[in-house]
Design a protein around this ligand. Structure first.
Ligand SMILES: Nc1ncnc2c1ncn2[C@@H]1O[C@H](COP(=O)(O)OP(=O)(O)OP(=O)(O)O)[C@@H](O)[C@H]1O
Ligand SMILES: [Mg+2]
Length: 477
């Protein structure tokens, strides 16, 4: 679980609770023998409370010196620890209305809070009324650890709430939001569960408080390699040209990866290699699972069939073990998710560019492959459809822990929006310049804006290929 600490005038701090430590002291002072999270607001007592980890669950216990609420409930008895769940909020309140809010989330975010603009981000039905926000589509919204049951919701300063894969915080009459990559949020949680902590004879492991107090957090490592490529090379003797050269790459599950690079660099060829369609001179490629989804650069769907017929045809091939009814349900679900429900009876040849790209994708999602390769799925899409597409993809990655590789020339979408996790940048002759988290690319290429990535690489391809290879060779395989 992560906790997000909002202290007045100090912004947001994100800390990973990795469960290795049983007791974490919260307060202005550090406690000997405990892991500590130091809060610095001057109205706080030295010791505020404890976060306890017990049998896979987190709890909060009050030290009883200051007013504290967990999910609306004021804590009065310091021997009772209250369960913290996804969406829980600890509110530490001072009488002058100063307060610290601590939100709890299962999942990962990357500390890039942006101001929520209702016109730009249409997924939340928000009205702003005299500085106050009123949110109408509150179904499935989580606030203080529970789903909201009213018709609308008016967030107050300091409130944190979660909607789909976004986490919001309301501060100074602005809504800030951050994309949350929820993984395996447990269902049917008993939100009111309490436990009694007996004495202090439980063993606790010490962890270095300095590590805990830093903004940087350790990564949750529930991922496994989805694609591993080792020394993959293919040389074209006739053209005297490498189609892929010394490709070393490990892509973990649960990542949405944008593959970029100049035309002819070898991006589609990389996919051919992963799909085992390219004969290699040397090297190995290991894929998690035996099914791969592939949306090719140019659609191969039959244009004379209707959307429904195409879906049924592929469902009969890919979902052999399912009943007809189950297949139909799945088809309806996917067409709905990809905004194609209205076009079921349309001929494929009559679809617009964007619609036919979405159909290509719907076909690939039928059997829910763990790894999906998409070659320019966004080509020809307008900005709105493009965003919708990436939103669908990022949700798929978060919900199913799948791995999606998207070749794209859409630098803006890949870099400016929160959907893409990692960038893979290719240089000519099938070489890799960079693979890693999107945000790390700035430092790597020494640029301030990811839009400048092509300029940075243009005359320095060899340098960055070398840099990548040096980095890779230092890692353990
Ligand atoms: N079947 C083939 N035989 C030989 N060379 C090929 C073949 N297909 C592609 N190439 C060459 O391999 C190189 C990489 O092609 P690839 O299609 O992978 O590029 P790309 O990065 O996907 O480019 P684009 O962005 O234009 O789609 C190019 O120089 C191309 O001419
Ligand atoms: Mg290509």
């Amino acid at each position: 679980m992560y906790i997000l600490i909002f202290e007045p005038h100090k912004g947001c701090r994100k800390i990973l609770l990795d469960g290795k430590t049983q007791k974490i002291n919260l307060g202005r002072s550090l406690r000997d023998g405990y892991a500590n999270i130091q809060l610095s607001s001057d109205f706080l007592p030295d010791y505020v409370g404890l976060i306890i980890y017990n049998e896979g669950k987190f709890y909060f216990r009050n030290y009883g010196k200051i007013k504290i609420f967990v999910d609306n409930k004021q804590l009065d008895d310091s021997s009772v620890a209250v369960r913290l769940v996804h969406g829980s909020m600890i509110k530490i309140q001072h009488k002058n209305n100063k307060s610290i809010c601590i939100g709890c989330i299962n999942g990962e975010i990357d500390n890039r809070w942006r101001i929520f603009n209702p016109d730009e981000h249409g997924f939340l039905n928000v009205q702003k009324d005299k500085k106050e926000y009123i949110i109408r589509n509150v179904e499935n919204m989580i606030f203080k650890g529970q789903r909201i049951t009213t018709d609308c919701f008016i967030p107050k300063n300091g409130d944190i709430f979660i909607y789909k894969n976004h986490i919001f915080c309301c501060m100074k009459d602005n809504l800030f939001f951050e994309v949350l990559k929820v993984r395996k949020v447990k269902k049917n949680i008993n939100y009111n569960e309490n436990i009694i902590i007996e004495g202090s004879n439980q063993k606790h492991h010490n962890i270095n408080p300095n590590n805990l107090n830093k903004n940087k957090v350790k990564k949750v490592n529930n991922r496994k390699p989805a694609i591993v490529m080792k020394n993959v090379t293919r040389y074209d003797k006739k053209k005297k040209w490498y189609r892929l050269k010394d490709v070393n790459l490990t892509i973990y599950s649960g990542r949405l990866v944008a593959i970029m690079g100049v035309s002819g660099a070898g991006k589609s060829t990389l996919f051919d290699a992963i799909l085992k369609r390219l004969k290699l001179d040397s090297g190995d490629i290991i894929i998690d699972g035996n099914e791969l989804g592939h949306v090719p650069q140019f659609s191969v769907l039959r244009k004379g069939n209707t959307v429904q017929e195409v879906m049924e045809f592929y469902a009969s091939k890919k979902l052999k073990r399912y009943s007809k009814q189950e297949r139909m349900q799945k088809i309806d679900y996917l067409l709905d998710k990809l905004n194609l429900a209205l076009f079921k009876q349309s001929l494929v040849g009559r679809l617009s560019g964007g619609q036919s790209r979405r159909l290509d994708i719907a076909v690939q999602l039928l059997n829910e492959p763990k790894v999906i390769l998409m070659d320019e799925p966004d080509s020809g899409l307008d900005v709105k459809s493009c965003r919708e597409l990436y939103e669908i993809l990022s949700r798929l990655v978060a919900e199913k822990n799948s791995t999606i590789l998207v070749i794209t020339h859409n630098t803006h979408m890949a870099c400016k929006y929160p959907y893409i996790d990692d960038l893979l940048f290719m240089a000519s002759q099938g070489r890799i310049c960079f693979y890693g988290e999107k945000d790390k690319a700035l430092e790597y290429f020494n640029i301030n804006d990811l839009d400048d990535i092509y300029n940075a690489v243009e005359n320095n391809q060899d340098y960055f290929v070398q840099k990548y290879n040096n980095l890779i060779s230092r890692r353990d395989w």
